[in-house]
Design a protein around this ligand. Structure first.
Ligand SMILES: [Fe+2]
Ligand SMILES: [Fe+2]
Length: 135
């Protein structure tokens, strides 16, 4: 069951970035789905770790592209990425410590859903004119 559906409203028109965003949304959906059902804590932790790895890789890739494009707002954009990664790290530690993982996971997924989709629709969209210079 999908809670999150990728749709063209999230598409930026840069194939490499769109593909990564789509994968992130799919991983987030898996995590969200697992957090709503009776999955084992270890499974939730694994899905969260997958999501964190994919998010970190995407952010690094995006920041590298923005750096090469001379994006003037890169420091602020990177700071927003860093904030999410720091939050994910806190959730990961709480999961590892076995602190009410199911409740935490639902809250985490809800938070992430808003943050990730809002970030793609707003902050990521702002860099489009700069990235198009690369292509
Ligand atoms: Fe992005
Ligand atoms: Fe971004």
């Amino acid at each position: 069951m999908g809670h999150l559906d990728w749709d063209d409203g999230y598409r930026l028109g840069i194939p490499a970035i769109d593909a990564e965003h789509e994968r992130l949304v799919a991983r987030l959906d898996l995590f969200l789905d697992a957090s709503m059902h009776d999955h084992l804590d270890a499974e939730l932790s694994r899905l969260l770790a997958d999501l964190i790895d994919a998010t970190r890789a995407h952010f690094l890739h995006e920041e590298d592209m923005l750096d090469r494009a001379g994006y003037e707002d890169l420091p602020a954009h990177r700071a927003e990425h860093d904030r999410l990664l720091a939050d994910l790290g806190h959730y990961e530690m709480a999961c590892a410590a076995g602190e009410v993982p199911r409740k935490l996971s639902i809250e985490t997924a809800d938070y992430l859903r808003h943050w990730l989709l809002d970030h793609i629709r707003t902050a990521d969209r702002q860099y489009l004119p700069f990235l198009r210079r690369l292509t």
